[in-house]
Design a protein. Structure first.
Length: 409
């Protein structure tokens, strides 16, 4: 039996769709995931709210909630009094109900987190490098797993759902921009995360494109919850992003939807380029090197970029203009409610880039479409690793027709 058909429901968010459950036997696993997903998205909810939002009977909801509470996945809140009838008791996810590991592999830096069921980061560590190599990253993960384990009790560690990996597809590509040795980087072409991680961990492994993971984190934890449809740009060493349609990430046939780096961008004062050539951190890095400035604080001190002025302001203006052009392009295809901008930089830089993009819309002809609503996202540099840590949770406990988990075989 397929999933029940969704219907419109104005709940907590304009345009939100009702996630329908089924009262028929044999579907309890789906209904449990449905309820956990609603609690994750909207926070604590009373049983009456869940009954209305899912279409399940009050009895079915009660049975499921008792089972989830018995399994340590949800917690009872304080009774809400002051209404007619029995006081309602809100139920919420138990932070200690499930844990997960997230690994983000970037072109210049890797991050590892231990995340609880509510999205709170319990442990995190970083690694910077000139370019990523498989052996280096696997040693970093093995060390991180050992350290993360000490942050939990043995009983809590038994509740770790798995390891999610966020990595750029084709890590061996664009080597000329990084100065990475082709022979060493070619090792990624035949690399299997599942096999390599299986040599030192028996936890399940899910792998997804890093930009899709970032978009997923923004959709679940960040400003994306305000919109049912949005385009998302993440400015890292290179640039990527994602689409959210009807509250779910759309990754496309091959998982590359939102590969914005290849978007053609034509500026008024120079010939046509791709978005990657005018809205990526590696461009700022190159400019700093040309000016005789050490660019390593871009990764070593990611919260302090003021030292890079005036080069930073120039880069922000170019990035903002390029993202304005890209926003018009994507909004001419799909009528998005918003275009969210995030990246591996301080929140102040994110605000300035979004403001610059909105300003540069005035110089672009977007006749025939609504003015794109360009806004700063909310999660920041941790978006990719938090999205990675969410992959095992969605695989086992939550519903998603969004991020496409892969076994990386």
């Amino acid at each position: 039996m397929g999933q029940p058909e969704a219907c419109d429901m104005p709940v907590n968010k304009p345009g939100a769709t009702q996630m329908r459950g089924t009262n028929q036997s044999g579907m309890r696993a789906y209904n449990e995931k449905l309820i956990l997903t609603l609690l994750r998205r909207f926070g604590a909810l009373a049983k009456s709210d869940l009954t209305r939002m899912t279409g399940l009977s009050a009895q079915t909801i009660s049975v499921i909630m008792r089972a989830l509470e018995r399994d340590g996945l949800v917690l009872r809140g304080e009774p809400m009094r002051g209404r007619i009838g029995q006081p309602s008791v809100p139920m919420a996810l138990d932070p200690d109900g499930v844990f997960s590991i997230g690994l983000k592999i970037g072109r210049r830096m890797a991050d590892l987190v231990l995340m609880d069921f509510t999205g709170a980061v319990r442990f995190q560590q970083h690694l910077t490098y000139q370019y990523p190599l498989p052996a280096t990253l696997m040693a970093f993960l093995a060390d991180g797993l050992n350290k993360a384990r000490t942050a939990l009790t043995p009983a809590q560690w038994d509740r770790v759902a798995g390891i999610g990996v966020a990595a750029p597809f084709e890590l061996w590509a664009w080597l000329d921009r990084l100065g990475a040795p082709p022979v060493e980087m070619e090792a990624w072409r035949a690399f299997s995360f599942a096999e390599a991680i299986g040599e030192f961990s028996d936890l399940p492994v899910q792998v997804e494109n890093d930009a899709s993971c970032a978009c997923g984190a923004e959709n679940v934890f960040g400003r994306g919850r305000e919109f049912s449809d949005f385009a998302y740009f993440f400015v890292g060493t290179f640039i990527g992003g994602g689409f959210v349609l009807n509250d779910a990430i759309f990754t496309g046939r091959t998982g590359n939807a939102g590969a914005f780096g290849t978007l053609p961008i034509r500026h008024r004062d120079r010939p046509g380029e791709q978005l990657i050539d005018c809205a990526s951190i590696f461009i700022l890095e190159a400019r700093l090197k040309e000016a005789g400035i050490d660019p390593s604080p871009l990764w070593l001190l990611p919260d302090d970029w003021d030292r890079f002025e005036p080069h930073l302001t120039d880069w922000i203006e170019m990035t903002g203009e390029s993202l304005a052009i890209a926003a018009v392009s994507v909004c001419s295809v799909i009528d998005f409610e918003a275009v969210l901008i995030d990246g591996g930089f301080p929140a102040s830089v994110r605000e300035r880039i979004a403001s610059a993009a909105q300003k540069h819309l005035a110089s672009i002809d977007f006749q025939g479409i609504e003015t794109p609503n360009i806004l700063p996202a909310a999660i920041g540099a941790n978006a990719r690793v938090m999205g990675a840590a969410s992959l095992p949770l969605f695989a086992r406990y939550l519903l998603s027709n969004a991020v496409r988990q892969q076994d990386a075989a």
